[in-house]
Ligand binder design. Structure first.
Ligand code: AGP
Length: 607
């Protein structure tokens, strides 16, 4: 999604602004631009494509005291220079960058054109500077004119504005798209997420929906859209710049795959209570869990696959009836939601619009929501009001990897916690806790054998279509394996329930079609080995993920990769890693832009 970076303070140049939005590249974009508020007006630069070197972006001699920059992921209007942000008003003295969608932009554009405003782009965003300009004609205070204009906007936005008549400050507003302020020495910054701020400061404040701010070199002031003042707590960014750098790996995605022993440890650190065979989840009110009669998980993409595994965990360990919905589906399907429905929103970014919409819908219907998020202070985390952070650290690669396995660990801890309230024995609880504590070392053992998977990936890289299949817990894991392959290698891949093969998908199997079979679960091993027989009988090329020591399965498959033994419900945590590496190496073999796959964004903050 779009990225915003703003800077109020001495010595703002285009190079400073470009460095800021470079830290946001991972969000996905197709054009970019910047604006500097100089004493003689607004200096503006816009480009299509990727951010170039600072040399071709320097605005001659411009060193100012306020500037904004933007990376655009096109939603309204093609990725062209005219549609790139910043957008200006008729006078050219107000420049605006925006993240989100202005839903009433057509009506506003028509009204402003009727008043004589001339538009230069196809974007929804361009109504903002013209609206501010119009409000400023009758409201002498620019800040008030800005507030009046923002009040007329319907939709979602994170906005940053500079204007030539006050070149030492910038204005910001937030409704539905994240905005975080950085408090530096002699400078105040703002950005769509903390990554660009870390080079300047660790002290931040998160704007909430319906708040605006004005930033100068001395600091900031915040108000609500209704005009009231609001004080914001200062928070400290936990990760440093190196954490954001690639750390010697060729891609963020590979770095994050290899971080999983550590990220898995962080997911359960401080949360295991052996004395009671349960998990401690401080961020969730106990009575809410105790009173829950059913659960509804809402999420998207990889987080939806995690949710499907969460369903099995909650029903099998806690006997809690659980449904799983894509966030958008939930919002428009009129689900049955009651006060004793526990809604769990799973989101790495904590900003996915469809999942956020589902949370708001659930709360509107009287349910309580619990967030399982990675980004601290993210919108979904804050709007749920309670939840469990997965502590996976910044996940920069567009394809989610370590966040997925940490989501599974947190879901397992939640299932044990709820289970121990609802009849799960101490012995069973301890069994799960022991197995969870073994996962980091087991993950490390898998990562040591990466070269085996890199070699197997060649089989996938040469294919046009790949099938993934599994049963029970391994079915959502198969969906995730297929999602990983298609989103970074662009090879068509489909995840299916192995039990469904004979009901249709096996028609896709012909000589040389690779089929990745997840066959490590003990509970359904015989049935899944039967699937391998069926596939091989039709010439399918089977790569099987099997449990360590299963010689029969190894002999049956054309290629196999053994994962360390653990409880069936926890196998997807370990099987995800070879699936991630197979997809990664297939994509690299095909020369794909692994960290910035085409058409995709790291955080889908529009519906
Ligand atoms: C996963 O690899 C994709 N990047 C995408 O499906 C992602 O999982 C989905 O957009 C949900 O994102 P979230 O977890 O941040 O809500």
């Amino acid at each position: 999604m779009c990225g915003i970076f703003g800077y109020a303070g001495e010595g703002v140049t285009s190079a400073v602004l470009v460095e800021g939005i470079r830290r946001l590249e991972y969000r996905g974009y197709d054009s970019w631009g910047l604006a500097l508020a100089c004493d003689d007006g607004i200096a503006l630069l816009r480009r299509v494509g990727r951010i170039g070197s600072a040399e071709d972006t320097a605005l001659d001699g411009c060193s100012c005291r306020a500037g904004v920059a933007h990376t655009r992921w096109a939603t309204h209007g093609a990725p062209t220079e005219e549609n790139a942000h910043p957008h200006r008003d008729c006078t050219g003295r107000i420049a605006v960058v925006h993240n989100g969608i202005i839903e009433n932009h057509a009506a506003l554009r028509a009204r402003l054109q009727g008043l004589g405003h001339v538009f230069a782009s196809e974007t929804d965003t361009e109504v903002i500077p013209h609206l501010i300009e119009e409000m400023w004609k009758t409201e002498p205070d620019f800040g008030e004119a800005f507030l009046a204009a923002v009040r007329l906007l319907v939709g979602t936005f994170g906005i940053a504005v500079v204007q030539a008549d006050a070149p030492d400050r910038l204005w910001a507003a937030r409704l539905g798209s994240p905005m975080v302020l950085g408090l530096g020495k002699g400078r105040t910054l703002l950005a769509s997420d903390p990554a660009p701020l870390v080079a300047h400061t660790r002290e931040v404040i998160y704007l909430d929906d319906g708040e605006i701010a004005v930033l100068t070199s001395d600091g900031f002031e915040t108000r609500t859209l209704e005009g009231g003042t609001v004080t914001k707590p200062v928070q400290r960014i936990a990760f440093d710049l190196p954490a954001i750098e690639r750390g010697g790996f060729p891609h963020f995605m590979l770095k994050e795959i290899h971080e999983q022993p550590e990220s898995l440890r962080n997911a359960f650190r401080g949360r295991i209570v052996r004395a009671e065979g349960t998990a401690k989840l401080g961020g969730v009110e106990p009575h809410l869990l105790r009173s829950a009669k059913r659960c509804h998980i809402v999420s998207c993409g990889t987080s939806l696959n995690a949710g499907l595994i969460g369903k099995y965990l909650l029903e099998q360990l806690a006997r809690l009836p659980t449904q799983v919905s894509n966030g958008a589906e939930f919002r428009y399907a009129q689900p049955v939601v009651e006060p004793d429905t526990l809604v769990i929103a799973i989101s790495q970014s904590g900003e996915t619009a469809d999942t956020l919409g589902a949370v708001r819908e659930a709360k509107m219907q009287g349910a309580s929501a619990v967030g399982i998020c990675n980004v601290v202070g993210s919108t979904i985390a804050r709007e749920c009001g309670q939840g469990v952070y997965i502590h996976a650290g910044p996940e920069i690669g567009v394809a989610s990897t370590k966040a997925f396995t940490s989501q599974l660990v947190v879901l397992a801890l939640l299932a044990v916690h709820l289970g121990r309230m609802r009849g799960l024995s101490l012995r069973a609880g301890l069994q799960y806790l022991d197995a969870i504590e073994c996962l980091p070392a087991q993950a490390a053992r898998i990562l040591e054998r990466e070269s085996e998977l890199a070699e197997m990936a060649g089989l996938l890289a040469r294919a046009s279509h790949v099938l993934y299949c599994g049963r029970l817990y391994e079915w959502p894991a198969a969906l995730e394996g297929a999602l990983k392959l298609k989103e970074i290698s662009y090879i068509h891949a489909e995840g299916v329930q192995a039990a469904e093969l004979k009901h249709g998908p096996i028609a896709l199997v012909e000589p040389d079609v690779p089929v990745v079979v997840l066959a490590a679960q003990a509970a359904v091993r015989a049935k899944t080995l039967g699937n391998i027989h069926e596939i091989r009988a039709r010439g399918g090329r089977v790569i099987a993920l099997i449990r360590e020591g299963d010689g029969e399965a190894a002999a049956l498959a054309e290629r196999s990769f053994a994962v360390p033994s653990t409880l069936d419900p926890l196998l997807p945590v370990l099987e995800a890693i070879p699936l991630q590496l197979l997809a990664y190496h297939a994509a690299v073999a095909l020369g794909r832009d692994v960290d910035h796959p085409r058409n995709l964004a790291k955080s889908v903050t529009v519906e």
